[in-house]
Design a protein around this ligand. Structure first.
Ligand SMILES: [Zn+2]
Length: 265
């Protein structure tokens, strides 16, 4: 009887250990460095912008959350190099990123990022730089001097899957060239407007010389193995309002496992 019991517990123990080790490996392979996305930081100028706006107070609270909890904020270069090399990132790694190049990013977000010493990334719509509400070239340069890396986000924010191949090329390659001419160095990263991409858009981004491209929750690859459809997580005003549960979840590295993914187009 005793021998049977010993054997039973041995089998149960080995099974639990095997499942545990397997699960640990499964989780390890599914961890994705969260790329958090912001648009406007400040007061929304009209109601339609509400979802795309985080108040300066919430933004500060969210940055404070990252600092207090010891998150490591990495640059886009580190992320791309790490993915290339199959590097195992720390479980508390985060990348901060802004879309569209709004002037309020310079006015409201930059001082807070400087205060916390966090690097960030900005995707610029090249033909809108200097227009009302958007960053000027001087502001872009000052942001670069303060730990910002600039990326391209097309010339006019056109939805790429709707465009002819020629127009698509002009939007993608054109934005890269214009920004490079103004800043005098290479622009290595690209963001698809509204996350919309298809096979030709990815191909053109690769051929243009971009090292990586980001989308929203679109595409098949949930685990950011494909550098030309990296998933991003939008952070909004409410995420830090009710305790920090949503922030923890969105920054866990496993958020992509639970959210719906859409087709690229
Ligand atoms: Zn955009």
């Amino acid at each position: 009887m005793r021998r049977i019991l010993v054997r039973f517990f041995l089998i149960v123990g080995i099974t639990i250990a095997t499942v545990g080790v397997g699960f640990t490996f499964w989780l390890r392979d599914r961890y994705v460095v969260p790329i958090i996305t912001y648009h406007h930081v400040g007061v929304p100028s009209d109601r339609s912008l509400f979802l795309n706006t985080v108040s300066a107070e919430s933004f500060e609270r969210q940055m404070q959350f990252l600092k207090r909890n010891g998150f490591e904020i990495i640059s886009f270069d580190s992320l791309v190099k790490g993915i290339h090399r199959g590097f195992l990132f720390r479980r508390d790694t985060v990348l901060i990123q802004f879309d569209d190049g709004y002037e309020d990013n310079y006015v409201n977000a930059l001082p807070i990022l400087k205060k916390y010493g966090f690097p960030a990334m900005e995707f610029l719509i090249s033909d809108l730089i200097g227009k009302r509400g958007f960053l000027t070239w001087d502001q872009v340069k000052e942001m670069e001097e303060n730990n910002f890396v600039m990326g391209a986000h097309t010339r006019t924010h056109a939805y790429l899957p709707d465009l002819s191949p020629q127009k698509m090329r002009d939007e993608i390659v054109g934005s890269k060239k214009i920004i490079e001419q103004h800043l005098g160095h290479s622009i290595d990263y690209f963001a698809y407007p509204s996350g919309g991409f298809n096979v030709p858009a990815k191909q053109i981004a690769k051929e243009a010389g971009f090292q990586a491209a980001v989308t929203t929750n679109r595409g098949k690859d949930r685990y950011n193995e494909d550098l030309y459809e990296l998933k991003r997580i939008r952070i909004n005003d409410r995420d830090s309002r009710f305790g920090s549960i949503i922030m923890w979840f969105k920054l866990s590295g496993y958020y992509n496992l639970f959210r719906k993914s859409k087709d690229g187009e």
